[in-house]
Design a protein around this ligand. Structure first.
Ligand code: FAD
Length: 377
């Protein structure tokens, strides 16, 4: 590549930290590092012309866990494991809000609702609400993290929903605004961002560490942090990261839309919310687990048709609307729900596998990765 002396010195010279991937985690890590060390050189390299991971494609639920999810997790894991993940999500959300401000991310504390069509399923969960509330009160600072919201069912206009349990400590954000605010915050601190630039390899040998770009050019760095979530295996094939596609739609504007808040049902496989007098609705991965285990973007008839059917029958019965927009995004799962924050080689670290709830925990994971790097200087 034809690189000038100036370009080499100012753009491609030795960095203190290269972050691969400009999602919530990558940007948060860069912000944390640069806040601690304003004089150090931090470069984020992102392959999209804007971030192309889950952070710009998600539903914007600022969620920490539903009663159904936590009770299901408690079947396989002990209380410490399950509740400490909730605690990290809560701390992450608090950090995101404190860093950017509620106005910048349009945070609205409207609550997160779990919908039940089935009486038995609800009864099993409802009887454990007191236990969950006691267990979580110190984490959330609220004695009633969960409460019954049956009285709101008719207000929302749902059909066939028997019960609602509300998480009073959840809210929603404007995903696009959050990402713009994170990017602005990083740039204000002096973090350099390179978009449209795919990393082919991370390198570490006895002499140097750094990254190799798709065009073959390399940039050296004292430390490299890989934050590529669902695409992590491309660079670090040894990691336990399984990509999972999520498909989403947004309706046209709906007159007098009654639905306000974040909602999910069927163990979180379906989720919807209000945004700009529209409904954003996503999910259905459970209809085709195998097909959706991919990091290729795309929408499929089997899932989109089911989403449309559920909108008609359950969420917006008897309402006039059309589908204005559809898209997909890539999440990352693995053996357990904890993100992987670890040292891969002496100067190479990763913070990946954020699951389906990275909005809340993402900022904290970025910070944790930086702290791990600093512990291993
Ligand atoms: C449709 C959908 C809905 C969701 N809804 C919610 C929700 O409502 N609430 C919630 O909490 N979570 C939700 N999630 C999950 C949440 O969005 C993610 O957990 C979170 O955004 C992950 O952030 P990240 O920074 O780890 O990764 P990502 O945002 O995925 O960022 C990884 C970045 O790495 C870049 N990259 C990859 N490979 C390379 C390479 N070789 N070189 C350079 N760059 C590379 C990608 O382009 C991408 O920008 C949802 C996810 C999806 C897909």
């Amino acid at each position: 590549m034809n690189v000038s002396y100036w370009e080499k010195k100012s753009f491609f010279g030795l960095q203190d930290l290269i972050v691969v991937g400009s999602g919530i985690v990558g940007l948060s890590a860069a912000i944390h590092f640069k806040t601690k060390y304003p004089q150090k050189k931090v470069l984020i390299i992102e392959r999209g012309i804007i971030p192309q991971g889950a952070s710009t494609k998600n539903a914007g639920f600022a969620c920490i866990g539903s009663a159904g999810e936590l009770l299901s997790d408690l079947v396989n894991d002990d209380e410490t494991t399950v509740f400490s993940l909730v605690e990290r999500r809560k701390r992450g959300l608090d950090l995101l809000r404190a860093t950017l401000g509620d106005k910048a991310i349009c945070y609205e504390p409207l609550g997160g609702y779990e919908l039940f069509e089935n009486e038995d399923k609800y009864a099993k969960i409802a009887q454990k609400i007191d236990y969950l509330n006691k267990s979580l009160s110190e984490i959330t600072g609220n004695k009633s993290t969960f409460s019954s919201a049956d009285s709101e069912i008719n207000d929302f206009g749902f059909k066939g929903i028997q019960h609602l349990i509300k998480n009073n400590c959840e809210g929603q954000i404007d995903t696009g605004k959050m990402m713009l605010a994170l990017e602005a915050c990083a740039q204000k601190l002096g973090v350099q961002l390179l978009y449209g630039c795919s990393i082919k390899n991370v390198i570490q040998n006895s002499k140097i560490s750094g990254v190799v770009l798709e065009n073959g050019m390399s940039i050296e760095s004292n430390k490299v942090l890989v934050c590529t979530n669902g695409f992590a295996k491309d660079l670090l094939p040894e990691l336990d990261v399984v990509p999972a596609r999520a498909q989403v739609l947004v309706t046209s504007r709906i007159e007098n839309l009654k639905i306000k808040g974040s909602f999910h049902f069927d163990e979180g496989y379906y989720y919807f919310r209000n945004i700009d007098d529209r409904i954003l609705f996503g999910g259905g991965r459970n209809l085709d687990f195998k097909g959706e285990r991919t990091n290729e973007f795309g929408n499929t008839p089997i899932i989109m048709n089911r989403l449309k059917q559920m909108l008609d029958e359950l969420i917006l019965p008897n309402q006039k609307y059309s589908i204005d927009h559809v898209w997909s995004g890539i999440m990352a799962f693995g053996e357990n729900k904890n993100p992987i924050v670890k040292q891969v080689e002496s100067n190479i670290f990763c913070a990946v596998r954020l699951g389906g709830m990275g909005v809340a925990i993402g900022s904290l994971v970025g910070q944790e990765a930086v702290e791990l790097m600093l512990d291993n200087v």
